[in-house]
Design a protein around this ligand. Sequence first.
Ligand code: ATP
Length: 347
Amino acid sequence: MESKPLLKTETSIKTGYPSQEVGTFLPFEIPQGAFICMIGPNGAGKSTLLRSITGVQPLLEGKILLNQAPLHTYTPKKLAQSISMVLTDAVAVGNMKALEVLAMGRYPYTSWWGTLKEKDHQVIDKVVEQLHLSDLIHKPFYALSDGQRQKVMLGRALVQDTPLIILDEPTAHLDMLNRIELVRLLRKVVKEYNKTVLLTTHELELALQSADYLWLVAGGEQNHFGQVEELVGSGLLERYFTSEGVCFDRLNGTFHFVSGAERRKLFFALTEKECTPAVKLKYTWIGRMLSREGFQLVNSAEKAEVQILFNIFGEMEVSTTLLSEGSKRVSSSGELLQLLSTIDKMS
Ligand SMILES: Nc1ncnc2c1ncn2[C@@H]1O[C@H](COP(=O)(O)OP(=O)(O)OP(=O)(O)O)[C@@H](O)[C@H]1O
């Protein structure tokens, strides 16, 4: 049996401010137990939509239902028991210990005095165990690293024990390993505890690899919500990001950033089909680097202004009529980029 949606709209909604309309969103349904990544360019309206979903910014049109009830009918306490928010900005908590920051997550359940009961301590202890926070909780919050703080803030959201957890750019200050660790943790929260996690990110590949649903927020009417496979399959992602100066490789699920400046067409090929895996690997990654740098890789030498032949020793013969000597040999990606940049300046 289909479970009831956690969050839904019955009609289109409009987000924005009295001074400015920001976005229109077609009716959507967000299920319980889903991992959703919201992506889109700066200023497109992601934070505004999050503010509307958390009840901070009233909608200009339409209404959002949270567990079947309109959001505006929720008391602040009931809302805090339903939605938790993890912000990237530094939180002002003075000299508080990490444990005290965690415990703040229980405020929607405590009395006016904030006294914790047995049940509150049990919830906190469980989260400390789940997130392996025991080494951190007795340290002052300000003395933690960005990654450790992020983990404690996620812990606070879990302590708040809400069906919906919203995170605004949670990976912004994290290194690669901590980003992967955080995403793994969030997916665990979704799958094991049936929470719905909604986060904003500018890391498209990370979103594609981890999300069940994507929310593309491009502003105005250009907003789409759907399962990752649906959005990729329909070509929407490709169209959407091509216009943003990014090429999307549908098969690999990877993005190539296209530089604004027009760069040359290159024919980049292996001289021999049979070569060692190490040479193939170097060839593949140099090809990716060239795309990333904004060169257009074409599949025939006739269409290209520069030809780069990659031999079995990992060396590259760069030929173009623009070079006085006709061709030049380079062996590293750095040398290749330098030569291509020199060629760029030649016409
Ligand atoms: N309090 C406000 N009053 C009026 N307009 C606002 C307010 N806050 C944001 N805006 C405007 O709303 C639009 C959307 O901003 P929003 O912060 O939602 O974008 P965003 O997608 O979250 O951007 P980013 O990726 O840079 O965080 C922008 O044009 C912004 O200037």
